[in-house]
Design a protein around this ligand. Structure first.
Ligand SMILES: Cc1ncc(C[n+]2csc(CCOP(=O)(O)OP(=O)(O)O)c2C)c(N)n1
Length: 258
């Protein structure tokens, strides 16, 4: 239903293929189960490997600037609140260049879904560290290793008031599909941090395969505790699942009152 004829330039074996497959399955299921039309869905992309998905999905779409996909998505949502707006962006675009938009989206609660392809590096520009790269990681711009601790975007989203916060592994297709469906149906800002190994510049595949654990926290405090247990490094178990979901007034309901 979403196939295009554009050549695909993702690396062979990149987990981005899994994310795309899970998103296609989720959208197909929602169209069937919810009576939505394909035309109700809009894709908004950023810049980077993640955002090449713009070329690979046959959907109404807008390709933004690096870090600026969220405000474009909010504009589309407020212009036509019936549209289901799905943003695909990288961790560099979201947690570095576009950090302010991410935090404000958590606060304002626009009815959009944000899928962050978090490979913990700027992949398309060949592997520089982002805000979620682990301390000590060596790449060309940090020959002695990254000196900072990584940001925890799940904790940040929970602390910033996001109404739907989840984390998934790009290596677990069916779980991704289930969480994507819940996120797209959520009537507010739904954020999913997708742990996506970059098989060339930051390959966490073996660690991720062995160390995920599915969780279902029952309240915000528990969600914050679960989020704090793993620090975007290579130690311990990684909680995945929907950390938190709450129906709050979204941006349209707050600002487009008739
Ligand atoms: C406004 C702007 N700034 C910088 C760039 C250069 N650039 C292209 S891809 C890229 C890295 C993207 O990294 P990330 O957002 O993490 O996505 P990934 O490639 O890892 O999926 C950068 C910095 C750009 N194209 N536009």
């Amino acid at each position: 239903m979403f196939k295009t004829n554009n050549p695909n330039t993702w690396c062979a074996g990149c987990p981005d293929f899994m994310i795309k497959a899970a998103l296609e399955r989720a959208m197909t299921a929602l169209i069937k189960e919810e009576g939505w039309k394909k035309e109700d869905l809009v894709l908004v992309t950023d810049i980077g490997c993640s955002s090449k998905i713009y070329d690979y999905l046959d959907l109404s779409a807008f390709d933004g600037l690096h870090g600026r996909a969220i405000p474009a998505a909010i504009g589309i949502n407020l212009g036509n609140p019936k549209m289901k707006v799905i943003v695909c962006a990288g961790d560099g675009g979201t947690y570095n260049e576009g950090m302010e938009h991410f935090v404000q989206a958590c606060r304002y609660n626009p009815d959009i879904t944000l899928l962050v392809f978090n490979n913990q590096v700027f992949s398309l520009t060949i592997g520089q560290a982002t805000a979620t790269t682990e301390e000590g990681f060596i790449e060309k711009t940090h020959p002695d290793g990254v000196q900072e601790k990584p940001l925890n975007p799940v904790t940040l989203a929970l602390e910033s008031g996001a109404s739907f916060v989840a984390r998934v592994s790009a290596l677990e297709l069916i779980h991704m599909e289930e969480v994507f469906k819940k996120a797209i149906k959520h009537k507010g800002f739904s954020f999913i941090d997708i742990l996506q190994p970059c098989i060339v510049f930051h390959n966490t595949s073996d660690y991720l395969k062995k160390n995920t654990i599915k969780i279902e926290p029952s309240n915000l405090e528990e969600a914050k505790k679960e989020a704090a247990k793993w620090s975007y490094d290579t130690q311990g178990q990684i909680a995945i699942g929907v950390f938190y979901e709450e129906r709050k007034k979204n941006m349209e309901e707050k600002y487009l009152k008739k």
